[in-house]
Design a protein around this ligand. Structure first.
Ligand SMILES: NC(=O)c1ccc[n+]([C@@H]2O[C@H](COP(=O)([O-])OP(=O)(O)OC[C@H]3O[C@@H](n4cnc5c(N)ncnc54)[C@H](OP(=O)(O)O)[C@@H]3O)[C@@H](O)[C@H]2O)c1
Length: 344
C-alpha cells in the first residue's frame, strides 16, 4: 500500500517536464493541483495532467482541500517565499535546487520547515543519475583523500542570442545563471564525495550579453553563462569546476578524481574508469544519465520521509552547505579574492 501523498506543483516549466509526469506515474503520489504565473498555463497543466485545480493564485493552491505537500519549482528568487508559505500551512516541501537565492534566505526556509514540523527536502537529484551515483560509490571505494578533482561541462545551448529568450534565467537579481542551473549539482557532488570546503576563488562571465524577451524586447543579460571555480578542500586537495554554455560544439560531462589512494574518471561517453594505485583502471558503461529516473528516486525518498519518517534525502542540511558555497562563489567573483564559505 503506497498511501499516496496528495501533492501540488508550483511551476509549469521544469515542474511540468519531469516532476508532474513522475507524480502521475508513481503510486506514492497523487498530483492534485498546479500553479503557473499565467492562468492559461495553469489551466493547461490541470487539463494535461488531470488535476483537480490549475491556478495562478498561490493562496488558492496552498488552501486546496486535502493537499499535503508542495513541489516548489518556480524561479529561484521565489523559492523561499513559496516554501515558507507552504510550511506555515503545514504542507511538506520538496524544493528545487538551489533551496533559495542566498544562504540567509535558505536558513529562513529551513527555520520555517522545522518550526512547522513538516518534511523538507531539496531536489539535488542529479547525484542519483546512474553515472554520478556509481562515480560516488567508486570514489568511496578507491579514491582516498582528494588531491585534484576536475568537473568540466561544455554546452552549446546558449551560444546564439536567439537560442533562448530573456527570462529570469538570464537575470542575476532573480537568481538566474548557469551556476543555479548546473553548478549547484556539481558543488553538491563535491560535498557528497569529499565533505568540507576550506575556501573558493571564482570567475563568471556573460558571453552572450543581449537577448530578447518573448515579446521581442531587447534586454541585457546579467546572469553568467560561463564560470570557472577553484576549490580548496579542508584538510587538503584542490578542485576546479567549470562550465561554458556558449560553446560551438557541446560534449558530455568529464569528471576526474585523483585521490591519495586511487583514481576515478567519468568520460564524455559516460564510461566510468576507476582503480587503486598500482592497479590497471577498470571500466563500466556507458552508464545512464536519466533525469526522470533520478527524480523518481528523490520523490520516493520524499514519500518515505512523509509516511515512514525516513531521513530526507537529499536533505536540507546538504542544501545549506551548497548554498553557503554558492554565496562564497558570488563574493569571490565580485571581489576577486579567496572566500571561506560561512559554516552552516
Ligand atoms: N532539478 C533539476 O535538474 C532542474 C532542472 C531545471 C530546472 N530546475 C529548477 O526548476 C525551477 C524552475 O525553473 P524553470 O526552468 O522551470 O523556469 P521557467 O520555465 O522559466 O518557469 C517556471 C514557472 O515559473 C513561472 N515564472 C516564470 N518567470 C517568472 C517570474 N519572473 N516570476 C514569477 N513566476 C515566473 C512560470 O510561469 P508561466 O510559464 O505561466 O509564465 C512557470 O510556471 C528553478 O528552481 C530551476 O533551478 C531544476
Amino acid at each position: 500500500m503506497a498511501d499516496p501523498v496528495r501533492i501540488a506543483v508550483v511551476g509549469g516549466g521544469y515542474g511540468a517536464k519531469i516532476p508532474l509526469p513522475a507524480y502521475v506515474e508513481l503510486e506514492e503520489f497523487e498530483p492534485v493541483a498546479a500553479w503557473s504565473r499565467r492562468p492559461e498555463r495553469a489551466h493547461e497543466l490541470a487539463a494535461t495532467f488531470d488535476l483537480q485545480l490549475g491556478t495562478a493564485d498561490l493562496d488558492e493552491l496552498l488552501a486546496h482541500p486535502g493537499l499535503e505537500a508542495v513541489h516548489v519549482a518556480g524561479p529561484v528568487y521565489t523559492h523561499a517565499e513559496v516554501a515558507i508559505a507552504a510550511a506555515r500551512r503545514g504542507l511538506h516541501v520538496l524544493c528545487e535546487k538551489p533551496l533559495a537565492a542566498s544562504l540567509d534566505e535558505a536558513e529562513q526556509v529551513v527555520a520555517a520547515i522545522e518550526e512547522a514540523g513538516v518534511v523538507g527536502a531539496v531536489n539535488y537529484g542529479r547525484r542519483l543519475q546512474q553515472t554520478r551515483e556509481r562515480l560516488l560509490q567508486r570514489v568511496a571505494e578507491v579514491a582516498g583523500a582528494p588531491r585534484m578533482v576536475s568537473i568540466s561541462l561544455v554546452h552549446a545551448d546558449h551560444a546564439e542570442p536567439a537560442s533562448r529568450p530573456f527570462t529570469w534565467v538570464q537575470d542575476r537579481a532573480m537568481g538566474g545563471g548557469r551556476l543555479q542551473g548546473y553548478g549547484v549539482h556539481d558543488l553538491d557532488l563535491l560535498i557528497e564525495a569529499f565533505g568540507e570546503v576550506e575556501d573558493v576563488a571564482a570567475a563568471t562571465e556573460v558571453g552572450v550579453g543581449e537577448r530578447q524577451t518573448r515579446d521581442g524586447e531587447p534586454r541585457t543579460v546579467t546572469a553568467e553563462d560561463a564560470y570557472a571555480i577553484l576549490i580548496r578542500f579542508r584538510g587538503g586537495g584542490l578542485a576546479h569546476v567549470s562550465l561554458t554554455a556558449t560553446a560551438r560544439h557541446k560534449r558530455g560531462d568529464i569528471i576526474e578524481i585523483h585521490g591519495s589512494e586511487g583514481t576515478v574518471r567519468l568520460g564524455e561517453d559516460r564510461v566510468l574508469w576507476w582503480g587503486r594505485a598500482g592497479e590497471e583502471l577498470q571500466s563500466e558503461g556507458p552508464l545512464k544519465a536519466d533525469s526522470k529516473a533520478a527524480f523518481g528516486q528523490v520523490a520516493r525518498n520524499f514519500h518515505a520521509s512523509i509516511r515512514e519518517g525516513a531521513a530526507p534525502d537529499p536533505s536540507l542540511a546538504e542544501a545549506l552547505r551548497v548554498q553557503a558555497l554558492l554565496d562564497a562563489i558570488h563574493v569571490a567573483d565580485d571581489e576577486r579574492r579567496w572566500v571561506a564559505p560561512r559554516p552552516t
